[in-house]
Design a protein around this ligand. Structure first.
Ligand SMILES: Cc1cc2nc3c(=O)[nH]c(=O)nc-3n(C[C@H](O)[C@H](O)[C@H](O)COP(=O)(O)OP(=O)(O)OC[C@H]3O[C@@H](n4cnc5c(N)ncnc54)[C@H](O)[C@@H]3O)c2cc1C
Length: 390
């Protein structure tokens, strides 16, 4: 096998990083990245990474990790706001960066090694890519390559009930904050955090009942934005919500039982999704392409073998993360019920929502929070099941 011509569909994190990694290792190969958007245009605002999420990048490409880290906002705690009370979950660190900033850095890396970047180029049919040795489908959730061969990839797709819209705001929040609000319209929560000196991500989520009651289905993007801004007026303290294709969506759970077909291989969101509440989609996408590149390098003479090796090594890791993401999303699906808890109980329910952490671990991880919780909550045998409602 000689992979001298590779087509990468999609210039998001997965496609750009694949292009960069492959061309860096194989300077003679032709690597073409097709991206439908113009350079410098993207959807969404900032994305978060857990403390350790960029470690793999640091190991693989310290220079890129350094360039990205320098643009990141970081903090040590999570804050929950419920019934107007702030509860701090100390010791749960995250970093955040603007999606556009992140993509701009990856674009520069790809360009620096000679990847051909075709911005403003929509791939309309997989047939346009005939003649390439390998097609990397990094074209996100609505992947054309995957949809063209859905049966062969054995794709499944389902949706959560809750609705969310991804906004930005100029209000700066000191930590990743989850704000829960009840108004006459219904129950809402927002996931918000700063991702640059000037901007924060502000994802508004509501249960389906609330969404239907408000009539969001028939509202324009601007009407929805204004309503959400009003619901979170106290949190926003006079700042506006900013829209960027911020339409209401149901979180899609996408999975493929087969990760490759013929000379086509799926990576990132084209392959799987992970709920935004665990902030791992981008990291998963990057790790996918690291695994793909190393499988292709290892099995230099056998494309099929390499694609199977990619799936075999990566699949158990992705499955574990998707399982954790589903558990976290399930907690959010019931957030109006959790709002019946006191702020402290809500904090405990939130931090234990994965069901994988016990009180001893929590005391080590969040000593201040647990000091308050232990002082005010019932004894160890009452109400201390992880994620318990009351
Ligand atoms: C509300 C929300 C919040 C999120 N927050 C986080 C977070 O905090 N942390 C985190 O790590 N992840 C987060 N994610 C997930 C993250 O955004 C994705 O997992 C990540 O972008 C996947 O990267 P990707 O390269 O696989 O796909 P994408 O980023 O979707 O990139 C795909 C690219 O392909 C292009 N494309 C598609 N079709 C074609 C075509 N036919 N021709 C040419 N180009 C095409 C698209 O324009 C796009 O640029 C969030 C997602 C959502 C919805």
């Amino acid at each position: 096998m000689r992979l001298s011509r590779i087509a990468v569909v999609g210039g998001g994190p997965a496609g750009l990083y694949f292009g960069y990694l492959w061309k860096r290792r194989h300077p003679d190969a032709q690597v073409d990245v097709f991206e439908q958007n113009q350079e410098g245009a993207t959807w969404g605002f900032g994305v978060v990474f857990s403390d350790k999420a960029l470690d793999f990048l640091r190991a693989d490409d310290p220079e890129a990790a350094e360039a990205i880290s320098a643009r990141m906002e970081t903090w040590r705690d999570i804050t929950l706001v419920h019934r107007g009370t702030r509860t701090v979950l100390d010791g749960v660190g995250f970093s955040a960066v603007g999606r556009l900033e992140f993509i701009t850095r990856l674009t520069a890396r790809a360009r620096s090694v000679g990847v051909t970047l075709r911005f403003g180029t929509v791939v309309r049919s997989a047939d346009e890519l005939a003649g390439y040795d390998l097609i990397v489908a990094a074209d996100g959730l609505n992947s054309l390559i995957r949809r063209t061969h859905e049966g062969d990839f054995k794709t499944s797709l389902s949706y959560d009930d809750n609705k969310f819209a991804w906004y930005g705001t100029t209000k700066r929040f000191e930590t990743l904050t989850q704000t829960f609000v009840e108004t006459e319209l219904g129950t809402f929560n927002a996931h918000h955090y700063r991702y640059s000196g000037e901007m924060s991500t502000f994802i508004v989520e509501c249960d389906r009942k609330t969404w239907l009651r408000v009539g969001f289905a028939d509202k324009t993007e601007e009407e929805s934005r204004a309503i959400c801004q009003n619901v979170f007026a106290e949190t926003l303290e006079g700042h506006q919500l900013v829209s960027n294709k911020s339409v209401w969506r149901s979180f899609p759970w996408l999975w493929n039982d087969h990760w490759s077909f013929r000379n086509m291989v799926l990576v990132g969101d084209a392959l799987h999704t992970a709920h935004f509440s665990i902030g791992s989609g981008t990291r998963l996408a990057l790790e996918d392409v690291v695994a793909l590149v190393s499988a292709l390098d290892r099995e230099q003479h056998d494309l099929r073998g390499a694609l199977e090796a990619y799936e075999a090594t990566r699949r158990p890791i992705v499955e574990t993360l998707v399982k954790a993401a589903k558990t976290s999303a399930a907690w959010y699906e019931r957030f109006p019920e959790h709002m019946k808890l006191t702020p402290l109980e809500l904090g405990y329910s939130y931090i234990t929502r994965s069901g994988r952490i016990d009180d001893a671990q929590l005391r080590a991880m969040c000593p201040c929070f647990m000091k308050h919780y232990d002082a005010l909550s019932p004894g160890p045998d009452k109400s201390r099941q992880p994620g318990a409602l009351s």
